[in-house]
Design a protein around this ligand. Structure first.
Ligand SMILES: Nc1nc2c(ncn2[C@@H]2O[C@H](COP(=O)(O)OP(=O)(O)OP(=O)(O)O)[C@@H](O)[C@H]2O)c(=O)[nH]1
Length: 345
C-alpha cells in the first residue's frame, strides 16, 4: 500500500501500517536474469576495455620490462585510477617483480589484480542498519548523480532484508523528483512522505516523526541535487542535517553521498566538499556501466577513503549492490562470455 502524506503528517485513509507492507515485486525468473556477478562484469566492461584492452596488449608480451610498466602506468591513468593510486600500484608492481622474480606478463597481471584489491579492500564496509529505530539515511549529491533512483533501489534492498522502509521526498527543488520518488515508492510498496513545494528540512523532519510513530525500520531521505560551488545550497543541506538531528539527536545514522562514476576524478572534490558540509559517512557510486572510469574506485581508496557502501551498474531495481572488493577486481579482470574482445585483443 502506498501512502502519500501531506505536510500535516497525517496518513491518508487506506495507508497500510508498516507491518503490513506488501512484499517487494518478484524478481525476474533466475533463468532470464543474469546474476549480480554477471551484471557486474557486464557493467564494468567499458572500464575493462580501457584497462583490460590496454593490459591485454601489454600482457601479450612475453617479457616484463620498464617500457611495459610505463605503458601500464598510462593505461591505469586512462582508467581514472588517478596519479596517487597509479604511482602506488606501479611501485608495488616493481617491488613484486623483483621480490617474486616475476617473468611472464600473466604473472604481472595477477600481481596487478592483487595490488588493486589491496588498495580498494578498505572501502568494503557494507551498511548495517541495526541499532537505531528508525535508522535514518540522508542522501546527497550533485544533480543527476542518481540519488532518487538509488533510493528506490535501496528501498527494495532493505525490504528484502525484512526491514520496513519509509521514503522522505526531500528534493523539494526539482518538480519531477517528488513524483519520481512516489513512483519508486509505489513499486516498492513503501510510504512516501512529501509535500507540495516548501522546505526539505521540514519534509524530512515530518518523515522521521511519521516513521517513529509507525515503527518503521529505515528512513531514506532524498535531497535536491546541488553543486559544491553553490554555497547557499551547501548551507541549506547542512541545515537539513541539523534538522534531522533535532528530530532524532542520534541521527542521521548514515550520510550517503551519491557519485556518478562518469565524473571520474571529480568525484574526489565532491567527496571533500560534501564531507565538509554534512559529514559524509558512506558513498554510492552509480553508473559504472556507462563509463570507462571505474578506476576511480582506486583513486577514492587512496585519496578520500570513505566506505563505498553500494555500487550501481544499471537502471534495474537490483542493479545497486554492496561493494565487495574481491568481486569488483575479479569483474575488472575477468573475460565476459560473448564479449571476449577485450580479453583477447
Ligand atoms: N545506466 C545507469 N543509469 C543510472 C544508474 N543510476 C542512476 N541512473 C540513471 O541516472 C539518471 C538520473 O538519476 P536520478 O536518480 O534522477 O538522479 P538524481 O541525483 O536524483 O537527480 P536530481 O534530482 O536532478 O539531482 C536516471 O535516468 C537514472 O535511471 C546506474 O547505475 N546506471
Amino acid at each position: 500500500m502506498f501512502g502519500f502524506l501531506k505536510k500535516s503528517g497525517k496518513p491518508e485513509a487506506g495507508d497500510a501500517p508498516a507491518d503490513t507492507q506488501a512484499p517487494v515485486e518478484a524478481a525476474a525468473p533466475a533463468a532470464s536474469r543474469p546474476s549480480w556477478a554477471e551484471r557486474l562484469k557486464a557493467g564494468l566492461s567499458r572500464t575493462r576495455q580501457q584497462l583490460g584492452g590496454g593490459l591485454s596488449s601489454l600482457f601479450g608480451r612475453r617479457k616484463i620490462d620498464e617500457d611495459l610498466l610505463e605503458e601500464l602506468e598510462t593505461t591505469l591513468l586512462m582508467a581514472d585510477c588517478g596519479v596517487d593510486a597509479t604511482t602506488h600500484l606501479l611501485d608495488e608492481l616493481r617491488r613484486r617483480w623483483k621480490r617474486d622474480k616475476l617473468e611472464t606478463a600473466d604473472q604481472l597481471q595477477q600481481a596487478l589484480a592483487e595490488a588493486l584489491q589491496e588498495i580498494v579492500a578498505p572501502l568494503e564496509a557494507p551498511l548495517q542498519v541495526e541499532g537505531h529505530s528508525p535508522f535514518i539515511i540522508m542522501i546527497a549529491g550533485v544533480n543527476g548523480a542518481g540519488k532518487t533512483t538509488s533510493i528506490g533501489k535501496l528501498a527494495k534492498y532493505f525490504q528484502a532484508q525484512g526491514k520496513s522502509v519509509l521514503l522522505a521526498a526531500g528534493d523539494t527543488f526539482r518538480a519531477a523528483a517528488r513524483e519520481q520518488l512516489v513512483t519508486w515508492g509505489e513499486r516498492n510498496n513503501v510510504t512516501v512522505i512529501a509535500q507540495d513545494g516548501g522546505d526539505a528540512a521540514a519534509v524530512i523532519f515530518d518523515a522521521i516523526n511519521a516513521a517513529r510513530a509507525r515503527k518503521i525500520d529505515v528512513v531514506l531521505a532524498d535531497t535536491a541535487g546541488r553543486l559544491p560551488t553553490q554555497l547557499h545550497l551547501m548551507e541549506e543541506i547542512a541545515k537539513v542535517r541539523r534538522v534531522i538531528a533535532k528530530a532524532d539527536p542520534s541521527g542521521p545514522h548514515e550520510v550517503l553521498l551519491v557519485l556518478d562514476a562518469n565524473i571520474g576524478q571529480n568525484a574526489l572534490a565532491q567527496v571533500k566538499a560534501f564531507d565538509g558540509a554534512i559529514g559524509v559517512t558512506g558513498l554510492v557510486l552509480t553508473k559504472l556501466d556507462g563509463t570507462a572510469k571505474g578506476g576511480v574506485v582506486a583513486a577514492i581508496a587512496r585519496q578520500c577513503p570513505k566506505p563505498l557502501r553500494f555500487i550501481g551498474v544499471g537502471e534495474g531495481i537490483d542493479d545497486l549492490q554492496p561493494f565487495r572488493a574481491r568481486e569488483f577486481v575479479d569483474a575488472l579482470f575477468a573475460p565476459v562470455p560473448g564479449a571476449r574482445d577485450d580479453a583477447d585483443a
